[in-house]
Design a protein around this ligand. Structure first.
Ligand code: ADP
Ligand code: ADP
Length: 233
């Protein structure tokens, strides 16, 4: 089944000087798929992620999520769907500095109305899963870059999202930490049958996914699919 269907999606920024950030993009994403989006800086990758992530609204075309047309959903409905269906991981972890790892992971669950004991249990289980069992009470300034990014992964997955969106999730890490975060996301994706959409500059990482889209000037110019160990167009 298709989890996301995008039809002739357009995004135009600015009044006066207009920037066409997305130019009639058509894209279908299957449930459980691991997809990477590559392309030069300014080509529209983040704009596309922001549309899928219900963080911004299109100028034209349609977006369907799980069979529901969300193109013109109200802000309230968008917020509800974001909390229920989506998990976000960005290049910088955006953890709250005054809270420890457990509290940072619990936060979105508490906001979603999960009770405190349940939220704590889930946060601890996820932090164990990402290899931070001995770092539960550490605040962000007491953890390394890679460890903080793992806390951010735990936080993104805490609400059991059906779609995980990563915008350069390992962009500021060394190769070793970056590989570890990717493998972790991939493992959790398989366990929970999540759809995983990744924007990256790192072709080595993109080549680990099932499908690579290349975007240039707001258009998908090339699409490659994994066939065993190779990619075919
Ligand atoms: P990428 O993620 O591939 O670097 P973006 O999606 O961030 O590209 O940007 C696509 C184009 O849209 C660029 O020309 C960028 O300058 C422009 N753009 C992005 N966000 C805005 C905005 N909020 N206002 C105006 N222009 C924007
Ligand atoms: P990672 O590969 O996860 O980024 P590093 O190799 O940077 O980890 O860190 C190695 C060890 O040093 C880790 O056990 C980590 O806990 C510790 N460490 C790194 N940075 C800090 C810091 N700013 N404060 C406390 N401990 C740190």
């Amino acid at each position: 089944t298709n989890i996301i269907e995008i039809k002739k999606l357009r995004k135009i920024y600015g009044d006066g000087v207009e920037v066409v950030a997305l130019d009639d993009v058509d894209l279908t994403i299957k449930e459980g798929e691991v997809l990477s989006i590559v392309g030069p800086s300014g080509s529209g990758k983040s704009t596309l992620l922001n549309m899928i992530g219900l963080l911004d609204t299109p100028s034209g075309g349609e977006i369907w999520l799980k069979g529901q047309n969300i193109t013109r959903a109200t802000p309230k409905e968008r917020a509800r769907l974001r909390n229920k269906e989506l998990g976000f991981i960005f290049q910088f972890h955006h953890l709250l500095p005054e809270f420890n790892a457990v509290e940072n992971v619990m936060m979105p669950l508490l906001i979603a109305g999960v009770d405190r004991d349940e939220a704590r249990d889930r946060a601890i289980a996820l932090l164990q899963e990402v290899g931070l069992a001995d770092r539960l009470m550490n605040r962000p300034n007491q953890l390394s870059g890679g460890q903080n990014q793992r806390v951010a992964v735990a936080r993104a997955l805490a609400g059991h999202p059906s779609i995980v969106i990563g915008d350069e999730p390992t962009g500021n890490l060394d190769t070793k930490s970056s590989d570890m975060i990717y493998e972790l996301l991939r493992k959790l994706n398989r366990q929970m049958n999540q759809t995983f959409i990744l924007v990256t500059h790192d072709m080595t990482m993109a080549e680990k996914t099932d499908r690579i889209l290349r975007i240039v000037d707001g258009r998908i110019v090339c699409e490659m699919r994994r066939d065993g160990d190779e990619f075919v167009t």
